[in-house]
Design a protein around this ligand. Structure first.
Ligand code: HEM
Length: 486
């Protein structure tokens, strides 16, 4: 199938997938489609011209670069660029509601995230019918049909764009789309821009997509287009060459795993302080870096195991150039613990040395932080009083192959990576061991302390708390036109 396809046309692909909508603020408008489905589909057609394609995002990003360059030449602050972007994606509930009966061929997507939450390790309890109900906020316990992603340079732009989107679907009393919840993300201020709330630079390691990202940075792996886009070469069942069976309209669409993840920042910081041993050079900064796999600057511990290197951390030519293949890397935790977040979620040589490919496990991470900066009271009490965290968003050609597998079989699996001299333990950042109502079961990891690598470090609480989410499919522009709308 793949070889007879026309080459990828970026104008057909929604802009958040391959490039990422530029954003300082980003709203995720989770919605239900009203019973007048025909009216919804007609209105959706009117939304299509507003959907930001990959080509438009490339243009917007070029404008941002040119604006900064011009400002630098003039010695002035860059002019304010009003930019906004809109994308849309649908859940399995949404497809059902629209009457689109084709099977997209992804079990996790078809199941939906709420049913999948127990398998992902989220805390929760069975209801009267013995169905597992996660400890999510109520809005996400509704059936969510879709999400509109709205991004922009500031709150005002995004709020205005959201109003324009809603005005397309809801005219006067004729409502075709109901808002379930809008989750509002905002990039952190000042020097923390690009850093998630624990303080670490995020969004560094992304796969390059073949024949699209033609100049990968050193260490950045190039994956087949089908690892991210359905129907393209490499859209195969993991570990096989068997293509997934997808409907023709799925071509150039991508699955989207969205998670509303709260972060307990003061609690995490206090744990680092209490568990470090600075008199022996084991500082809380080093411990944090080893739990994540990178220093806060982004510098990878596999290359800079003893001290941060902020210049390398922000340099794309250096910050991803590692494979956990230094001599001793496979068997020791000298440089990076086996359970470090980046090593768990993309183990590179740990699997390749054993003859396994990681290509089909790769995801493109978008998403954005939400919530305020820490208050002085939170710092002094060591307790979270205000909700903050990460709206995690991962695009992939298969949720079952990648997002679900990474969380379930790698992050939550104490024995992964395999064939190590000691049990790696849980991913300290996202690993979950929930076994029932509010049961944050015990978690631990080995190798946190480079001076005592077989020692087990108990991880007393889960600092990342899932409170909602859903699996979506982000269709191509032709699919939106020919299959989703009327
Ligand atoms: C990388 C933080 C949730 C998968 C990273 C990095 C940080 C980070 C700081 C390193 C920067 C980079 O390489 O881009 C977090 C936080 C999370 C979270 C604070 C929750 C609040 C998740 C989840 C998954 C995930 C739920 C998937 C199940 C990954 C992957 C990488 C990564 C695949 C890239 C690893 C690599 O290629 O080296 N994360 N993350 N993360 N994270 Fe997360």
């Amino acid at each position: 199938m793949a070889s007879t396809l026309p080459p990828l046309n970026p104008a057909n692909v929604q802009g958040d997938i391959l490039v990422g909508l530029p954003k300082k603020v980003q709203h995720y408008l989770f919605f239900q489609i009203d019973d007048d489905v025909t009216a919804f589909r007609k209105r959706l057609r009117l939304l299509i011209p507003l959907i930001t394609t990959t080509v438009q995002v490339q243009d917007d990003r070029a404008k941002i670069v040119a604006n900064k360059k011009k400002a630098a030449e003039l010695g002035k602050a860059p002019e304010l660029l009003r930019l906004s972007g809109v994308n849309i994606a649908f859940s399995q509930f949404g497809l059902n509601k629209l009457g689109i009966k084709d099977n997209l061929g992804d079990t996790a997507f078809a199941t939906g995230q709420q049913k999948d939450s127990q398998g992902l390790g989220d805390a929760g309890a069975p209801d009267a019918n013995n169905n597992f109900v996660p400890n999510w906020i109520n809005a996400f316990k509704n059936q969510i049909h879709g999400v509109v992603i709205i991004s922009g340079d500031c709150d005002l732009t995004v709020t205005a764009t959201q109003a324009a989107v809603l005005a397309i679907f809801n005219i006067g009393a004729h409502i075709t789309l109901h808002e379930v919840i809008t989750v509002k993300g905002v990039v952190r201020p000042g020097a923390e821009k690009g850093h998630e709330h624990f303080g670490f630079l995020d969004g560094i390691s992304q796969p390059a997509v073949k024949d699209f990202d033609t100049k990968p940075n050193p260490g950045q792996e190039t994956v087949s287009q089908g690892v991210i886009l359905c129907g393209r070469e490499g859209d195969v069942v993991a570990g096989t060459t068997t293509p997934f069976t997808r409907p023709a309209w799925a071509l150039d669409g991508s699955f989207l795993a969205l998670r509303y993840l709260f972060q307990l920042v003061p609690e995490f910081d206090n744990f680092l302080k209490a568990s470090a041993d600075p008199t022996k050079g084991f500082t809380s900064d080093l411990l944090g870096a080893r739990l994540v796999g990178r220093w806060k600057s982004g510098a990878p511990v596999d290359v800079f195991p003893l001290a941060d290197n902020p210049a390398a951390g922000k340099d794309p030519l250096q910050n991803n150039n590692f494979r956990y293949d230094f001599p001793n890397d496979f068997d020791t935790q000298d440089r990076c613990p086996f359970a470090g977040h980046t090593r768990k979620t993309n183990p590179r040589n740990d699997l390749e040395q054993l003859g396994f490919s990681t290509e089909n496990r790769r995801i493109i991470r978008r998403g954005v932080q939400f919530g305020p900066e820490l208050t002085p009271e939170e710092v002094s009490s060591g307790k979270t009083h205000h909700g903050r965290g990460l709206i995690f968003a991962a695009y992939c050609g298969s949720i079952t192959n990648s997002f679900q597998f990474i969380q379930q079989s790698w992050a939550n699996n104490q024995g992964f990576p395999i064939q190590k001299p000691v049990s790696p333990g849980f991913d300290a950042i996202i690993g979950q061991n929930n076994q029932g109502p509010d049961d944050n079961g015990p978690r631990s990891m080995s190798g946190a302390n480079p001076n005592n690598q077989t020692a087990t470090l108990s991880l007393p609480i889960e600092w990342v708390v899932p409170k909602g989410g859903e699996y979506f499919f982000s269709p191509s522009i032709p699919a939106l036109r020919d299959t989703f709308s009327l």
